[in-house]
Write a protein that binds this ligand. Structure first.
Ligand SMILES: [Mg+2]
Length: 251
């Protein structure tokens, strides 16, 4: 068995909860940093790495911005890896700076990145995305959520638009957010480590454990955050390790 050299660590429910650091998580992460390559993962599509970094630093976590991988950052890593230079980002304006370095081109992009844009969806926008897709551009979706809850009611999510574009063009989108394999591939690329030298640590049996294992990465489930004993018992997914808290991790 290959020794573990890198750790992929989910942020919410593993390191922090409701804006607070979990018990001894700060000391544990700062201790692990000296021996392991670390990437902190989060599915957020609307927050910038800079903001997440500021929040974690304020809580005492000693990390660098380039050790945080959000869905937009994972998309950016994969776009660069594909050699793309011209993109059309259809994303929250807050995260546009994550794509600096690319030329923004609405007419002839090599890839179109779709994320959360609230109520900006309409026929003209969808048609504007559709045209370059038909000319060969690639569709990258930061996630493919079906719906979400806001103000007490379910709201249609971007998955419906992504699926519609897939249907119209006959092309499948590359979906980025966990549990997508693309997210884990991007994190591995940014660390420069093979999958068998990396361990994922997360509180979500599907998104973290299932996603990592599907990408060939061993996964450790933490019994904090959204961990639910009954839900895990009923799942077909089996974590490679289970620990009470992140601080209890032993390698
Ligand atoms: Mg989590």
């Amino acid at each position: 068995m290959n020794p573990i050299k890198g750790l992929l660590i989910d942020i919410d429910g593993v390191l922090i909860e409701d804006g607070h650091a979990l018990d001894k998580a700060v000391d544990k992460l700062n201790e692990l940093k000296s021996n392991y390559s670390i990437r902190l993962l989060t599915n957020t599509t609307t927050k910038r790495v800079k903001e997440i970094h500021q929040m974690l630093t304020r809580l005492g976590f000693d990390i660098h911005q380039n050790e945080i991988v959000t869905a937009p950052v994972a998309a950016q890593i994969l776009l660069k890896h594909s050699g793309y230079t011209r993109i059309y980002p259809v994303v929250s304006t807050n995260i546009l700076p994550e794509f600096e370095g690319f030329t923004f081109d609405e007419k002839e992009p090599q890839a179109i990145v779709v994320g959360d844009i609230g109520r900006r969806w309409d026929y003209d926008l969808l048609n504007q995305i559709f045209k370059p897709l038909m000319s060969g551009a690639e569709l990258i979706a930061l996630h493919k959520g079906k719906f979400w809850k806001s103000e007490g009611a379910l709201q249609l999510d971007i998955g419906a638009f992504v699926a519609g574009l897939e249907y119209a063009t006959g092309k499948a989108a590359t979906v980025i957010g966990k549990p997508s394999r693309s997210f884990f591939d991007a994190a591995l690329k940014s660390m420069g480590l093979p999958k068998n030298e990396v361990l994922m640590i997360g509180d979500d049996i599907d998104g973290d454990i299932g996603g990592a294992q599907h990408a060939g990465i061993k996964a450790c489930l933490v019994k904090t955050g959204k961990y639910n004993e009954q839900f895990v018992a009923q799942s077909e997914l089996k974590p490679d390790q289970v620990i009470a808290t992140f601080a209890a991790l032993s390698l």
